[in-house]
Design a protein around this ligand. Structure first.
Ligand code: ATP
Length: 235
């Protein structure tokens, strides 16, 4: 479904993603984990067309989107939940959700997606007229995920779902991702919280300094000495 081939991302002279390749197949749940500053967000931003790829290719559902505008990723089937959620604080919950479907012309589809998001997140329905700024951090995370679901993606790309959330809310967020995955969505996660990410993901990639240094089945990685030493000790 998504193929990242030899991706490079640069900010000025700094090369922060250094030839990353990975493949997400339909139905997968895949996590890229790594420390702060390893380049995880930069990979996702390049996949979504929000920063240019300095090298390599991004192929979504067989279409080479390298160099194409960001919205083509969305119409091509990718939904994105950015780091820090980035909801529109002054807009109501419902307007935030509708913003996720602004490229969907068929209003029936939009209503159907809205009903589905409210079914997944009853809390958002209860708060549909409130400005997004009045939501808790966990609710804003739900809103960001709901907004990404509004365009009916096949692939959901989520950056650091756990950031800034209380442990109990982090657990709820991962349970939700697990549910969406089991309901048929393909998921690509980026996380510093390796322990949690590898509980829901089937496949894991460890990124260090812009390069993938280890990859495999999440169950195998969880027991790998490099992982245990470098990451699990801290979480
Ligand atoms: P974090 O979890 O902190 O977001 P990350 O693994 O997602 O970390 P990135 O955000 O991709 O890492 O950042 C990788 C490197 O690129 C870091 O050294 C960061 O300082 C740098 N960087 C990120 N965005 C920019 C930018 N817009 N301009 C310059 N450097 C940047």
């Amino acid at each position: 479904m998504l193929e990242i081939q030899n991706l490079e991302v640069c900010y000025g002279k700094a090369r922060v993603v250094k030839g990353v390749s990975l493949q997400v197949s339909r139905g997968d749940c895949l996590a890229i984990v790594g420390a702060n500053g390893a380049g995880k967000t930069s990979i996702l931003r390049a996949v979504m067309g929000l920063v240019p790829a300095a090298g390599g290719r991004i192929i979504l559902n067989g279409v080479d989107l390298t160099g194409r505008p960001a919205w083509e990723r969305v119409t091509g089937g990718a939904g994105y939940v950015p780091e820090g959620r980035r909801v529109f604080p002054a807009l109501s919950v419902e307007k935030n959700l509708l913003a996720g479907a602004y490229r969907v012309a068929d209003q029936k589809k939009v209503h159907h997606s809205l009903a589905r998001v409210y079914e997944i997140f009853p809390r958002l329905q209860e708060r549909q007229r409130q400005p997004a700024s009045t939501l808790s951090g966990g609710e804003q995370q739900m809103l960001a995920i709901g907004r990404a679901l509004m365009a009916g993606p096949q692939l959901l790309i989520i950056d650091e779902v756990s950031m800034g959330l209380a442990p109990v809310v982090v657990n709820q967020a991962f349970q939700l991702i697990d549910r969406l995955h089991h309901e048929g969505l393909t998921v690509l996660l980026v996380e510093q919280n390796a322990r949690k990410a590898l509980q829901v993901a089937e496949w894991g990639y460890l990124l260090e300094n812009g390069k993938i240094i280890l990859s495999g089945r999440a169950t195998d990685l969880r027991g790998h000495p490099d992982f245990v030493g470098a990451y699990f000790g801290r979480n």
